[in-house]
Design a protein around this ligand. Structure first.
Ligand code: 13P
Length: 251
């Protein structure tokens, strides 16, 4: 049975003290809440060690927002998967559209990043999604299929089991314009079918597929009620403990 997950992606927000405070608030709120999903926060590299020290990762998983496509060495400014794992983090987000769009990440570099993350025991939250033009010209299903095929379909079945997919239509990220629950369901069902064609029905059924893009406490219940939507990857609304918890408790 696949897991439901709500994961926060803090992006480039909060200083270390602010981040520690927010993580503590979420950690505390989880102690008193009835929660029917796994909860994860993905935070800036600089925050990982400090946050690992103040949360209970049995209740609140910790992740990074990226890692390098190289193992180690002369790559100034990069942070390796091994470094991320050594902080205590258990997850890493890879392939976020902001990384693809602003930092030139390609399907090929992402394939390397995924392999290194898995080698280091990290669970990967792998993001896919189309831009508005692709939504409007009707190529969106194929765009997402290609993103998955090019960066993930080299994996063994066992390795693929460590992947969580996140469908994030780029036009819905930070815009306040959420995909409708039917648009999300269409894509999620399509992603599951794509996985089934490669790895079989059992693997596809076990794969968690999150929705991301202007997800809020108000729209999360309808999105999460869809059969193939297994939770959310939350940007803006994860920066406030109460609104993040409003989404966590939407299941
Ligand atoms: P918003 O929730 O701010 O739209 O961001 C979504 C996202 O990009 C999560 O990775």
């Amino acid at each position: 049975m696949r897991k439901n997950i709500v994961a926060g992606n803090w992006k480039m927000n909060t200083t270390v003290p602010e981040g520690v405070k927010l993580a503590k608030e979420v950690n505390e709120a989880l102690k008193d809440a009835t929660v029917k999903c796994d909860v994860v926060i993905a935070v800036p590299f600089t925050h990982l060690t400090a946050i690992d020290a103040v949360i209970d990762q049995n209740k609140l998983g910790l992740g990074a927002e990226n890692c390098a496509d190289k193992k180690s060495g002369a790559f100034t400014g990069e942070v390796s998967a091994a470094m991320v794992a050594s902080t205590g983090a258990k997850y890493v987000i890879l392939g976020h559209s902001e990384r693809r769009q602003y930092y030139g990440e390609t399907a090929e570099t992402l394939r390397e990043k995924v392999l290194l993350a898995l080698e280091n025991g990290l669970k990967v939250i792998f993001c896919v999604g189309e831009v508005l033009e692709q939504r409007e010209n009707g190529t969106y299903l194929n765009v997402v299929k290609e993103q998955i095929e090019k960066s993930l379909f080299n994996l063994s079945e066992a390795d693929f089991g460590q992947i969580v997919l996140a469908y994030e239509p780029v036009w819905a990220i930070g815009t306040g314009k959420t995909a409708t629950d039917d648009q999300a369901q269409e894509m999620h069902a399509f992603i599951r079918k794509t996985i089934a064609e490669k790895y079989g029905e059992v693997v596809a059924d076990d794969t968690t597929i999150l929705y991301g893009g202007s997800c809020k406490p108000s729209n999360a219940p309808a999105l999460f009620a869809k059969p193939d939507v297994d939770g959310g990857l939350i940007g803006g609304a994860s920066l406030d403990a109460a609104s993040f918890m409003g989404i966590v408790t939407a299941f």
